[in-house]
Design a protein around this ligand. Sequence first.
Ligand code: KG4
Ligand code: ZN
Length: 333
Amino acid sequence: MRILGLETSCDDTGVALYDSEKGLLAHALHSQIDTHADYGGVVPELASRDHIRKISPLVQTVMQQAGLSPRDLQGIAYTAGPGLPGALMVGAAFAKSLAMAWQLPSIGVHHMEGHLLAVMLEAEAPSFPFLALLVSGGHTQLVEVTALGCYKILGESIDDAVGEAFDKTAKLLGLGYPGGAALSRLAEEGDMKRFHFPRPMTDRPGLNFSFSGLKTCAVNTFAKHGIEARADIARAFQEAVIETLLIKSRRALDVTGLKTMVVAGGVGANKALRAALEKMLLERNGRVYFPRPEFCTDNGAMIAYVGCQRFLRGQSEDLAIKIYPRWVLDELR
Ligand code: KG4
Ligand code: ZN
């Protein structure tokens, strides 16, 4: 079965072709970072307009890369939520139009389910069940994954998502937007002993997170020490985030008895986080799996993959254009 996947939930237009036998056939991505950088955040209307411009040429690109024609496809998957309503509408309307023109079934995919299962695109993929640490620009969640569609949220952020905290701190330090990756590069030059930031909510039981205080801590330290302390602040911030994620992940592994972990979402590309988790799982005789960095951030491949799994199960939808901007993960079946 060959499936076309379309991702347009935020500021990346991602398109991919996935084959249930051969794996990923082709994928292409257009990032809108340059469009939004001057505004310091994603401008929804500009995002929608850019998806409209890019989606059709990207579909042509992947079809050519894979040497396929519409007749070679068995279905179309698109991100139906959560995300920006206008941006989701572009993907949904385009997917349903193609489905009608090419006479193919279509299905809406949950964006976070895409992130959770992106690791399945790798040669080294885990088997169910596993604990997933989902760390993106909009979400921070610990999820018990027992099968396709069986997701139990064990804990999540009560305020800022990790990626959001990275981006806000990066902006404060003059690293542009979105500055998560730049902040982590700067942190490598920083002195980890100079400042100590708190590990929020680790002194009480439970698996929820809070990251807005760390950002405030960075603001106060920056106000006191100024630009000269930039790298040390970046380091203290990153150390605090990673240790907090580590403490809660360890707790979640204890509670569930799971031995396998998966990291997903944009912050999953963070090298220091990957190294810390690898060390922790090794000590526990477990194993952690990561998607390649380009599939940690938003992409069409994860949507094509999940769509394919759902089509294989016999699921599909009619041609009505439906989006779910606030869809929650544990509503899935
Ligand atoms: O999953 P994603 O592409 O988008 C959402 O669905 O939110 O995640 C983007 C987030 C941004 O906040 C970005 O700054 C962060 O992931 N990010 C990183 C790194 N690479 C991307 N944060 C820390 N370290 C990185 N290396
Ligand atoms: Zn995402």
